[in-house]
Structure formats: C-alpha cells, structure tokens
Ligand binder design. Structure first.
Ligand SMILES: Nc1ncnc2c1ncn2[C@@H]1O[C@H](COP(=O)(O)OP(=O)(O)OP(=O)(O)O)[C@@H](O)[C@H]1O
Ligand SMILES: C[C@@](O)(CCO)CC(=O)[O-]
Length: 518
C-alpha cells in the first residue's frame, strides 16, 4: 500500500492510522456509523498498525499508535462575557498561551486509561474494562461521533459518579473537587465517544495558561481531549495541506462540539464561546440564542493586532460561581439585569463594527479610543453585574492614573485577568512606572498576541529540528521529556515553539479561513 506524505511526514488521510486490511481512504465524514458501531471505528485503535516511516528512529513495526500531541490556545473575551451566557453576542480572540496534550498508547495487555495533569497535581488511572460501557451504549443513550450533544444526560452523569469516588482521596475538599470534575468530564466524553475495545492509553497535559484566570484554560483542555479522542477514533482526517475548506470546517465543528460536552460537565451552563475560539483560533463574534442549537459563529479573520496588556490579579475565581451569581441577580431583578445585558450586547455589536472597519488603524488614537471607550463601558456594566473584584479595580485605577489606556476585566471576573488597551505612543516612563507598580503589588503581566492559531496536531510527536523530510530521526517528545520540561519556556521549547510570534515547527492546523459564516 502506498501512502502519500504531506510536508512533515504525516501520511495523508486518516491521520496515518491504518489497519492492515483497511482500504485506502473511506472518508469517515460520509459515514453515518455509530461511534461504537461499524465502519471500522470500534476497532480502530486496538487493531491498528502504525504507518511509521522506515527511516524514523521509532519502533519499526508496532501494533500501537505512535505518541502524538494536540494543542489548543487560550482566549480573551474582548467584549460580552456573561451577557453571552444569556444569548447575547461576545467578541473573543485566541491568544498565544496554549495547552499541550501528549497521547501515549499502552501495550496491548495494559487495559488502563490514565489522566496525568501535573499542573494541578492530578494523576488517575481507570481499568477500561470496568467502566460503565453498557449504560453508555444502551440503544436509548447511544450517540454518534458526529452527533451534536447540547445537554448532559443526568443518568449518564450518575453512571460516571462511582468512578470518581477514589479520585485523589487524600486531597483537600476544593482540590479534590477540581480533580473529580476534571475526571468526570473526561470519563463522560470518553464513554460517549469510545468503546470497550479502546486501547490502554495515557493523556498527559501541560499548559502555559494560568488556571482560573479568565483565559479559558478549561476550554483548552476540553479541546485537546476532544481532538485527541476523535483522532484516535479516526473521526478526523486532517489537518492536511490540501484539505477542502468544507471538510476542515466540519472537523473543527466536530472537535468543538465534543469540547462543549466537556465544558458543560465542568461549568454547568457555559455559552461555548471559550471552546469555540480555542478550537477555531483567531477571533470570533459568538452568539448562542438557543441552547438546543449550535451557536452562530462569525470569524473575524482580519482582527487587528491590538496593543493589549494582559494582567493577572492572581485571585483565583470560579467561572461556574460567577455565572451562577449573575443568574441569581437576573432572577431577582429580571428587567433591570435584562437591560444591562441588552446594553452589553449593544456595546459588543458596536465593537464588532468598529474592529472590522476597513480603515481601522491600530496606530491611530482615534481608532483605538473608539474601542477603548467601549471597553470602559463594558467594564462598568460588568461591575454593575457584580463580577468585578477589588484587585481588578486596582489595575484599572493604576492604568487610569497614568492615563495610558482603557481597562476591562476579561472572562468570568471575580478575580482572574484584566485587559488594557494601550494608547498609541505611550511614553516609556509611564509604561515602566505602571509595570513596576503592578510587579510591586503582586500582579502578573503577560505578553501575548491576539488572534493565534486554533487547535493543532503534531503527529507523530516527533520534531524534525529543522531537518529535511527524508533525514534520519528527529527528536521524539516522550513522556519523560514532556514531564520534566521546566516552566512555560521549557514546555514551549520542547514542543517546538520558536520566536516571539509563537511559530511552531512540525505542527499542523485546520485551515478554515474565509468569510463564510458557519
Ligand atoms: N493546566 C491545567 N491542567 C489541568 N486542568 C486544568 C488546567 N487548567 C485548567 N484546568 C481545569 O480547568 C478548571 C479551571 O476552569 P475555569 O473556568 O475556572 O478557569 P478558566 O477556564 O481559566 O477561566 P474562564 O472560564 O473564566 O476563561 C480547573 O479547575 C481545572 O479543572
Ligand atoms: C463568563 C463567561 O461568559 C466567559 C468565561 O470565559 C462564561 C461563558 O461564556 O460560558
């Protein structure tokens, strides 16, 4: 069987996962097969041969898939957080901080699935054969990998609970809850998408995104796990360079839709804006008016490179808590809060217009002031919804005092991060003074660019280190290297991020750019 190779050695189609008996390229997209049913999906992972390159320094012929990586970006919400939960629009953009997931397959005799999340000190394994497959595969519950699941099934949520009982038993209450939440959301998605014949494997995650800071860290994990499971199931056939836009879009939607399932388990009632922008990258106008239907997503491919200062208050917050707080306020004062949410919506719509104007100029004070004023109004409305925090107000005070920009909280609030749009030509002394004060008062600044790539894949987890396609070897990112990489810089170096623009070697991204709405 001949296999065409793409520029970085990834065999075309099926992500290079092929069984000996599999014909050349039946498209999974055209199939209506259930996830746990026909079309070779069920046995995919367990019975495959890796199509390894004969000249790579990997095992020659192994029944296991090679290790591979998936990565997804964090986000900032530029306008419309919280209002978006209530059906209004939001503008959000991907950032260059990312999560990285390494997927390693176990030997055939090892029947465990392991989650290893060192950033939150979480490590747990389950025996695949002991998981409640019969409940998830009951005809009344069965879903398809291309199904769009928009709410959790209480019976299936209950079926997962016994498998959380022995998660992190020695950890303190709130930490244990975080671990159980992470475990529960993974198991729910794994059991819905997978089958008992899934191979033993380990999912190891490291992230350069601060947790619970409003930068969508949980969504990046959701997106990585969704893309990884769908890749293992061969329910994705990309990304590859000649992929038609429609196909790329369908796959992005599929990843996003399963990531939303994970987010629902973590957050209860998320709008889906975080996982959407993390999957797709760049920037979007997002709106979900009907929770029973997919959201409307308008990509903003020409989103301007705004000069933003991102500040982490280092006050931990819970998205679920802040969202619930606004919900309670709305129940108590429906008309009043309804008007505030309408006002946020108007601000968001106005911002989308300004940001997409042809003559919008990131060097012009006039252009930036129009966006900045909208940010100030949006922040004021968020304050009135009760989701700011004294530390967020302190950042605003410091920036306002220097008169160098416009500040708003971003994400759920209650702590977390703020964004400041800097005026053009800000005097260096003023900026230095501000940064010094922020440092002194324990805030953390982040340098990040807006509008980065969405979900990406490194298949296999081998970097060529600048070598030619046909050169020997490359550097394999194995578990040990991944776990021992030091800090954010160490992780980025290991996974091939070079240069301030976040260029990544060997990684591939689904390309869905054009103006169409989907
Ligand atoms: N690096 C990580 N490793 C493992 N789990 C993580 C990591 N980062 C985040 N999480 C998961 O995501 C949860 C944090 O989600 P939360 O929504 O509170 O923050 P966020 O996604 O950063 O903020 P926001 O939703 O406001 O953008 C954690 O409790 C944990 O379950
Ligand atoms: C606060 C919120 O609007 C944004 C969190 O990043 C929640 C959501 O959209 O699900």
């Amino acid at each position: 069987m001949t296999t065409q190779r793409t520029s970085n050695g990834v065999p075309n189609g099926h992500n290079g996962f092929r069984s000996d008996s599999e014909p050349d390229s039946p498209s999974t997209d055209s199939s209506d097969s259930p996830v746990n049913g026909v079309n070779g999906i069920t046995n995919v992972a367990g019975s495959l041969k890796i199509n390894t390159r004969s000249n790579m320094s990997r095992k020659k012929s192994s029944p296991m898939m090679p290790a591979f990586m998936v990565s997804a970006p964090g986000k900032v919400i530029v306008f419309g957080e919280h209002a978006v939960v209530h059906g209004k629009a939001a503008v959000a953009a991907a950032i260059s901080l990312r999560s990285y997931l390494l997927v390693t397959t176990r030997s055939k005799s090892n029947r465990t699935v392991t989650l290893k999340f060192p950033d939150i000190d979480f490590d747990h394994a389950w025996n695949i054969d002991e998981l409640p497959w019969s409940t998830f595969q009951h005809p009344s519950k069965k879903v398809y990998y291309h199904s769009v699941v928009t709410k959790l099934d209480p019976e299936l949520v209950a079926a997962v609970q016994p498998f959380l009982a022995d998660v992190s038993p020695t950890k303190e209450g709130p930490i244990r809850k975080v671990h159980q939440n992470a475990a529960g959301s993974f198991l729910y998605m794994f059991l819905m998408l997978g089958s008992q014949s899934f191979p033993g494997c380990q999912y190891t995650l490291r992230s350069t995104i601060p947790i619970g800071a409003g930068l969508g860290s949980s969504a990046t994990i959701a997106v990585c796990l969704s893309a990884a499971l769908l890749t293992q199931l061969r329910a994705l056939s990309g990304p590859h360079p000649d992929q038609p836009l429609d196909e790329a879009r369908k796959q992005i939607e599929r990843i996003n839709s399963w990531a939303y399932v994970y987010e629902m388990f973590i957050h209860g009632n998320p709008s889906g804006v975080d996982n959407t922008v993390s999957t797709q990258g760049k920037a979007v106008v997002f709106q979900r008016e009907d929770y029973g239907k997919p959201p409307s997503v308008r990509p903003l491919w020409d989103f301007p490179e705004l000069p933003l200062l991102l500040v982490d208050t280092r006050v931990p917050k819970s998205t679920a808590h802040e969202v619930a707080k606004v919900g309670r306020l709305k129940n108590k004062h429906p008309k009043l809060v309804g008007s505030i949410l309408d006002a946020v919506d108007k601000v968001t719509q106005a911002s989308a217009e300004v940001l997409t104007e042809e003559d919008f100029d990131t060097e012009s004070e006039e252009s930036l002031a129009r966006v900045g004023e909208l940010m100030t109004i949006n922040h004021g409305l968020l304050v009135s919804l009760g989701v700011s925090h004294p530390r967020l107000e302190r950042v605003r005070e410091l920036v306002d005092h220097q008169g160098i920009g416009w500040t708003k909280l971003t994400g759920a609030g209650g702590g977390g991060c703020s964004i400041t749009l800097l005026k053009p030509g800000v005097e260096k002394e003023k900026l230095d003074k501000l940064e010094e004060q922020l440092d002194q008062e324990g805030f953390q600044k982040f340098r990040t660019t807006l509008g980065g790539d969405g979900v990406g894949v490194l298949w296999p987890a081998v970097l060529k280190n600048g070598m030619d396609e046909d050169d020997q070897g490359g550097m394999e990112i194995d578990l040990e290297k991944f776990l021992s990489a030091e800090g954010n810089d160490g992780v980025e170096r290991l996974v091939g991020v070079h240069g301030g623009g976040g260029e990544r070697e060997g990684w591939k991204f689904w390309r869905v750019e054009n103006d169409a709405q989907f």
